[in-house]
Design a protein around this ligand. Structure first.
Ligand code: TYD
Length: 207
């Protein structure tokens, strides 16, 4: 089963993955935790180029294609083999990040973008996507408190981040059978428990 975590900046996705993986392993699942951009050595090289603060000359088209290059490698080298081996793949961001950031955020044509994404993934879609939703002021405040992790995409203006969040909420509303929305402004233990419950329930339904 392929599960993705999505959310705007500072939603805390990354902090929730290790405890979620641990809880699933305790239930007997074989779990692979990974992230985008990155997830493979080639993907990590692309990730450094994408997130480097100095790369201000990067054209939006280049940005879109680099995310898809990282993703194509990730799907072929890591995600598909893990799924074929019956593992649960937990991925920190996937295609929906491209639609949210490059599509809704940068206002690139969504239909065109969806085609490029499909080419990169070969049509692979998550079975479940958990959206950790948080107000952008709260999210950006959390991110800027974490100085070492401040990257080129965090540095975009507030209106951009607002479009990203609204885009996520729209995608979740349009496809409720795949998405689950969790209020990430709640205390971390509560968010963690909710994410764990959603994922366990979905896995049990599949068995
Ligand atoms: P990262 O440091 O992993 O941020 P986060 O903890 O918020 O996931 O940086 C990833 C950044 O890349 C983040 O700002 C979202 C952005 N992104 C896109 O714009 N498009 C994409 O397709 C993906 C996968 C990520």
């Amino acid at each position: 089963m392929f599960i993705t975590l999505e959310g705007p900046e500072g939603s805390g996705k990354t902090a929730h993955l290790p405890p979620l993986a641990e809880s699933l392993e305790q239930q007997g699942y074989l779990v692979v935790v990974t992230r985008e951009p990155g997830g493979t050595p080639i993907g990590d090289e692309i990730r450094s180029t994408l997130l480097r603060l100095g790369n201000t000359a990067m054209h939006p088209t280049t940005e879109i294609l680099l995310f898809q290059a990282s993703r194509a490698q990730h799907v072929q080298e890591l995600i598909l083999p893990a799924l074929q081996a019956g593992k649960v793949v937990l991925c920190d961001r996937f295609s929906d990040s491209t639609l949210a950031y490059q599509g809704y955020g940068h206002q690139t044509d969504l239909a065109e973008l969806a085609q490029i994404v499909r080419f990169a993934t070969g049509g692979l879609q998550p079975d479940l996507t958990v959206l950790l939703d948080v107000d952008i002021e709260v999210g950006l405040q959390r991110r800027s408190a974490d100085k070492g992790n401040w990257n080129r995409l965090d540095a975009k203006e507030a209106a951009f981040h607002r479009r990203v969040r609204d885009g996520y909420l729209k995608m979740a509303a349009d496809e409720p059978e795949r998405w689950a929305v969790v209020d990430a402004s709640l205390p971390i233990e509560q968010v963690q428990e909710e994410v764990r419950a959603i994922v366990s329930r979905r896995l049990a339904e599949r068995r």
